[in-house]
Structures are given as C-alpha cells and as structure tokens.
Design a binder for this molecule. Structure first.
Ligand SMILES: Cc1cc2nc3c(=O)[nH]c(=O)nc-3n(C[C@H](O)[C@H](O)[C@H](O)COP(=O)(O)OP(=O)(O)OC[C@H]3O[C@@H](n4cnc5c(N)ncnc54)[C@H](O)[C@@H]3O)c2cc1C
Length: 474
C-alpha cells in the first residue's frame, strides 16, 4: 500500500512527493499527460532538431527556491544557464533598459534613478535570505518581522504608484512596469509592486536562468531524485474521481479548485465546495508562440541580443494601458509580450547556428483572438527583420493551454488571480488543507502561488507530515 498519492506531476506535485518520500513515506504520483512536469516540460513543437519549452521557460524562482536549493538536482543533470543580461526592455529610441546579475551595474545604467534603484531593490536583495521563506510561503508569524515589514510597505502598493513616486526616468519606470506585468493584473492594483520588486530583486539574487536542454530537465531531475527516495511517477493516468485512487494516508492534489471539485466535489462539505467555487481565476490568459529561427533575433539594441528575457511593450504608460484593457476584456492592439531566447546561452536546443524563441502575450481570459500578427509586430518594432529569420512557428491558445492542463482555466497561467483579496486565502482560508482528513491541495492555487519554485508543494507536504505525526501520537 502507498502511504501517499499525489495527483498531478507539476513542480509542486513533485516537490510535495519528494518531501513525503524524504520522511520515509511510499509515494506515487499520477499524471494525466503522457509526459510529466505540468508547467515544466519541453518538446519538439516546430521542426526536427528544435526543442521548445511547452509552458515555463525562465526560472528566477527555481534557482532561488529555498526547498530546491537543498536538493541534489545538479547531480541529476540540472544545469542553470545564465545570460549576460537578465531582462531587457527595449524602447522606441533603439536603446534598452536592462537588469544584470550585478545590482551596481544595473543601477549604473538607470541614470538619475541609480541610487533609488540601489536603495529599493538593493534592500530586497540584502533581506532576501531573511524574507524568502515568508515571501515564498503561507501567511504566518514572520521570523524576521522588520525585514518583512520593510519589504511589505512597498510591496503592498501598485507598481504604477511606486514607480511614479520613487523613480524619475521613464526607462526605469518602463523596466519595472514590464517586470511587474508578470503578475497579470493592471499595474494600478495593490501588490503589483510586490511582484515587480521580488522579480526585479531575483535578477540579482540568483538571476533569471534557463535550464540547459529545456525546462524538462528540471522535471527530470526532480523525478530522478524522487525515484532515488523510493517514489514513483505514473503518466497517462487521469484521475477522474478520488475514489479510484489506491488507499493512502495522504492524498495530495496538484490541482486548482475547479479540477479538484470535479474529482472530489462529492466528498466535500457544501460550505467548502462553495468557497472553492468562489475562487477567482484571472481575468487574463496567455496566447503563446514558439519559433524556430534561422538566426538570432536582429534586435536593434545590442543589449537585447545578450538578454535571456525581453519585455516588449514600450513605455510604462503603454504597458499599463494594454494590461488594463486586457483585464477589462478588450484585446489590445499592442499587447504586452514576454519573450525568451534561450539558445543565446543554450545552443543544445537547436541545430548548429539556428535558434529558438518562446513568447506570449496577455489576452482576456478564454479569448479566441488570433494574436500571432500582433505579437510579431511587437517584436518587429524592436527587431526589424525578425520575420525574415522565422523558419516555423507553433501557436498555443488559452483554450489549448486549459485543454492540456485543467488547472489553467481560461489560459490563466497563474491558476488564480494573485490580488490582495486572494493573496492570503489561496484557494480558501484553509490554504493547503481541506475538510476531508488526509486530502490536501498543493498547486499554485495555494501560497505562494504562481511560479516554478515547488514551494506550494513543500509547505503542503510539511503540513501533511505534521498532521500524520500528531495522529500517530494521539
Ligand atoms: C505558458 C506558461 C508559461 C509560464 N512561464 C513561466 C516561467 O517562465 N517561469 C515560471 O516560474 N513560471 C512560469 N509559468 C507558471 C508555472 O509553470 C506554474 O506556476 C507552475 O507550473 C505551477 O506548478 P503546479 O505544480 O502547481 O501545477 P502544474 O504545473 O499546472 O501541474 C499540474 C499537473 O497536474 C496534472 N493534472 C491535472 N489534472 C489531473 C488529473 N485529474 N489527474 C492527473 N493529473 C492531473 C496536469 O496535467 C499537470 O501536469 C508558466 C506557465 C505557463 C502555462
């Protein structure tokens, strides 16, 4: 008999499985897809010889994950590859605002904002060892209340408000707007500053790396480690009803509320079911494109050519307007685009001399709009001639994202909006536990939420172990 069953093999499901297996439990993970990893997989989506990241591609959270840094993932083949420029934000004058690994060098490129950047982002970088478990954890009494309060007073603000009050250069404001826009919320909303400050600081903590060979290598390393602890992963097994699962003391669901309700709704009390039904998925989804390229992207700015990740959207004002329009259900003509060009540091993903690119834009949740031309126009805006180097493209719509992974309702890659109203109560005030003994949630719909870090799984499994121990001693 298994001691624990995990439904779903995303980074949180695998992390939960590892924590349980480390404690000596016999663990099996069931995955609906024929390949494991959820949001952390790679595949040949375009032409022979090209490898693409199916979902996530860039790992500032992964390299900084307090849990993963304790695991021997490197000895299971994981290798982080760091670009010279972490984030580049091209502007219409042909220049770019950038972050590098070095805080000093980044600040030096921001003109009159150099000292403001060093002060504000530098404080988060310095405090990171003290605040990381709180930022990447459930609501709890903080171990370092002063450091957390220092972060919180800025983090709770909107990025638009923070940038306007603390920074003077339009290029700095644009850079921060692009980083904060990863939160998939309008930039005048509370907490968007926290997203920008955290991701901005991570440029200088562990960088924004890619994984050599593709994100799949992260999943492969997690699974290899799980197997070394006696656990297993079974793919092509969709759980449609928790009654089908083999008996186990712990059932850990790497699911967002809607798919959880589908497989376990009948076992849940009505009040908890209603709470899960009230959970809010984001107003924004994602329209994704992968490209096989004959050459590197011909960015006008030389710094963009050395960047792992690029944010395409122009000025802070323009990004704020397009994010607001998208949130309100309108399809923007010039959408905010996130782009990664992994082959500038990892040539193993394409035939010699060739390249890949990965990108997405925000769209209203569930939108059926074809954004390909608009996404490519945003790239052409800063890299004229881009279309001439495209050999092939693969498009993924919000509906396709959801069809491949039931957690991503409407193509919401965050599995639930991360605004103030839902930040501490993901997906309910119970966070990881449910009213059913032994049934837990560990997906990105629990704290700390979206991102490839495994911390939702870590905390959920720690809680399950503590409860098992209490039962044993009761
Ligand atoms: C297009 C895209 C781009 C992204 N880019 C980044 C990025 O660059 N960096 C970053 O840090 N994050 C990124 N993310 C977010 C990140 O991938 C997610 O936050 C993360 O994968 C969430 O992990 P998880 O374990 O909670 O769930 P998931 O990764 O969603 O995994 C859940 C798993 O459960 C399986 N499952 C669902 N229902 C069942 C069932 N009934 N039975 C069995 N299995 C089931 C699914 O098939 C899936 O494999 C991106 C996400 C997407 C979709």
């Amino acid at each position: 008999m298994n001691d624990a069953v995990v439904v779903g093999s995303g980074p949180n499901g695998l992390s939960a499985a590892i924590v349980l297996a480390q404690a000596g439990l016999k663990v099996v993970v069931f995955e609906a897809n024929d390949s494991p990893g959820g949001g952390v997989r790679s595949a040949g989506l375009t032409l022979p010889g090209f490898t693409h990241d199916v979902c996530s591609a860039v790992y500032p959270f992964g390299i900084a994950s307090p849990f993963w840094s304790t695991l021997p993932l490197q000895s299971h083949g994981l290798e982080w590859m760091q670009p010279d420029v972490m984030v580049a934000h091209p502007l219409d004058d042909g220049s770019a605002a950038i972050t590098r690994r070095s805080l000093e060098e980044t600040a030096a490129g921001l003109g009159r904002d150099a000292s403001a950047y060093k002060k504000m982002i530098g404080a988060v970088v310095r405090d990171w060892p003290r605040i990381s478990r709180a930022v990447l954890g459930p609501p709890a009494i903080p171990r370092h209340p002063f450091a957390l309060a220092r972060f919180g007073m800025h983090a709770l603000r909107s990025m638009q408000g923070l940038a306007a009050s603390r920074f003077r250069e339009p290029r700095t404001q644009a850079l921060l707007a692009g980083i904060a826009a990863h939160g998939m919320m309008p930039l005048d909303k509370a907490l968007t500053a926290g997203i920008g400050l955290t991701l901005g600081a991570l440029s200088h903590v562990g960088g924004w790396p890619v994984a050599r060979g593709g994100g799949q290598r992260i999943t492969d390393a997690l699974i290899a480690h799980l197997r070394s602890l006696g656990g297993d992963v079974v793919t092509s097994t969709r759980v449609t009803n928790i009654e089908e699962l083999p008996p186990a003391k712990v059932v850990m669901c790497d699911l967002s509320p809607r798919p959880l309700l589908r497989i376990a709704g009948h076992r849940l009390p009505a009040s908890y079911r209603r709470a899960l039904e009230r959970y809010r998925y984001g107003n924004m989804g994602v329209f994704k494109v992968d490209w096989a390229l004959s050459a590197p992207i011909p960015w006008t700015s030389p710094e963009c050519r050395r960047a792992g990740t690029l944010h395409l959207g122009g000025s802070a004002k323009e990004i704020a307007a397009s994010e607001r329009a998208t949130w309100d259900g309108r399809v923007p003509d010039r959408p905010f685009v996130v782009l990664s060009q992994p082959t500038i540091v990892d040539p193993s993903r394409a035939p010699a001399g060739k390249h890949t690119a990965w990108g997405y834009c925000h769209v209203p949740a569930g939108s059926t709009a074809d954004m390909l031309d608009r996404v490519e126009r945003q790239i052409e805006r800063f890299a004229p001639g881009f279309r001439d180097v495209v050999l092939a493209r693969a498009v993924t719509t919000p509906a396709e994202l959801e069809a491949r992974n039931a957690n991503l309702v409407g193509g919401d890659i965050a599995a639930g909006v991360t605004d103030l109203g839902q930040f501490f109560t993901r997906p309910t005030w119970r966070n990881y536990t449910t009213p059913v003994d032994g049934l837990y949630l560990c997906s990105a719909s629990t704290p700390p939420g979206v991102g490839v870090h495994g911390m939702c799984g870590y905390w959920a499994a720690k809680l399950a172990l503590a409860r098992l121990l209490r039962l044993r001693h009761a």
